[in-house]
Design a protein around this ligand. Structure first.
Ligand code: SF4
Length: 395
């Protein structure tokens, strides 16, 4: 099963409407974090380092609906924390389905099998299961043995019950392209609708600071990973974003495309950075100094970021809102990644004007390309110990 045509149509027509109205900045996917607590404490996660008083809290279903209506994005991603620990998560999902929002409920799947009966299969609901690799890689990434098997069992069960299921994978600098390719094969054999892959963001608070990818490492890794993609691989992300990850199409971050709402309000400026909060979506859009973010801004916190939450909305906007983006998407879709042409083209500058570093960056990418062809935590979050995690993670 692929992405339903109705979802593609909803997104395409939404983007075109914004374009026709001359709206430059618009949200595409609301990142709705209804809680921060989790039943895992992964080494590369920078989301759960809050005091217990915060980890215990949940957004009420009504607060979630209000944020969704205020924002107006056609898609809602529910990360966390682990959303299945939220006592009202089924009500939140029901309310969003009623509002005809396409929902990606991100889960580590530990509780998925036992909680499936709380949900009804719908074209609007997709379980996006966190899997960072095959058994060894995934269990190491989530710092607990046996989680891969639990997740795979839950995926099978969810698919059998008729739910849409995708996967989300975060890659770090120890990722081996060949092992990843075998992992993609395995996911396709499992029957998931599509895979989402992204490099990890170097969260300052993440316990493991050694394995984040720098920009050139990301380009090199994805260059190898997608060098000869199999026709059987289905990605749940836009071809332009994958082209961007392999250095074949330049994009600039549009952080307003994936605005984040959580227990503190509307997070500035993006899902990854916490630089203040706003009381309303309008305030977020109007008071954030957007020019201070993204690679072209020179902000060091953005230098190595190529994460989907910043760049996928740009890719979608380019696909449906620019001829060049549309043509490249068609070309890649019809003829595969090998058909793509120039490296790191000028699309990003169309969004924000030329960056002072643009020329040297392009040269850098060009220079790095020949080498492309040559080619864990038991550590708990700062404020959480094991027993606290058990206490906090009871649904
Ligand atoms: S580049 Fe990354 S860290 Fe910077 S604003 Fe965009 S998404 Fe956030």
């Amino acid at each position: 099963m692929g992405v339903p045509v109705s979802q593609m149509w909803t997104v395409a027509s939404y983007v075109l409407r914004q374009k026709l109205r001359g709206i430059e900045r618009y949200p595409l996917v609301l990142m709705l974090e209804p809680l921060f607590r989790c039943n895992l404490a992964c080494a590369g996660c920078g989301k759960i380092q809050h005091p217990n008083s915060v980890l215990k809290r949940n957004l009420a279903a009504e607060e979630c609906f209000q944020a969704v209506e205020e924002c107006g994005a056609p898609m809602v991603s529910i990360p966390g924390g682990e959303p299945l620990l939220h006592p009202e998560i089924h009500k939140i999902v029901e309310g969003l389905v009623e509002r005809k929002k396409y929902i990606y409920l991100c889960t580590n799947a530990i509780l998925l099998e036992e909680h499936l009966d709380r949900f009804t299969p719908s074209k609007y609901l997709t379980f996006s299961v966190h899997l960072d690799g095959l058994q060894d890689e995934h269990d190491r990434a989530v710092c607990r043995d046996g989680i891969y098997e639990v997740a795979v069992r839950a995926i099978r069960k969810a698919l059998k019950k008729g739910f849409r299921v995708t996967t989300n994978t975060t890659l770090f600098n120890d990722a081996d392209p060949e092992t990843c390719q075998r992992f993609f094969d395995t996911l396709m054999e499992l029957g998931v609708e599509g895979m989402m892959v992204s490099p990890g963001y170097p969260y300052e608070k993440a316990p493991d600071q050694e394995h984040f990818l720098h920009r050139n490492e990301t380009l090199r890794l994805f260059g190898k990973l997608l060098d000869r993609p199999k026709k059987s691989w289905r990605f749940n992300q836009s071809p332009l974003f994958l082209e961007f990850l392999r250095g074949r199409f330049d994009l600039e971050c549009t952080p307003w495309g994936n605005p984040t709402y959580n227990l503190f309000g509307w997070q500035k400026p993006c899902y990854l950075l916490q630089e203040g909060y706003c009381g309303s979506f309008k305030e977020l859009m109007e008071t954030t100094d957007w020019n201070s973010y993204g690679r072209c801004s020179g902000n060091p916190k953005c230098t190595d970021c190529m994460v989907h939450s910043g760049y996928e909305p740009t890719a979608v906007a380019q696909t449906f809102g620019s001829l060049k983006g549309f043509l490249r998407t068609v070309k890649v879709t019809l003829f595969g990644f090998g058909a793509s042409g120039t490296i790191a083209d000028e699309s990003a500058t169309e969004l924000r004007g030329p960056s002072p570093e643009a020329e040297s960056t392009l040269v850098q990418i060009q220079e790095s390309l020949p080498s492309m062809d040559d080619s864990g935590n038991t550590g708990m979050a700062d404020s959480v110990n094991k027993s606290e995690v058990e206490l906090l993670t009871r649904p």
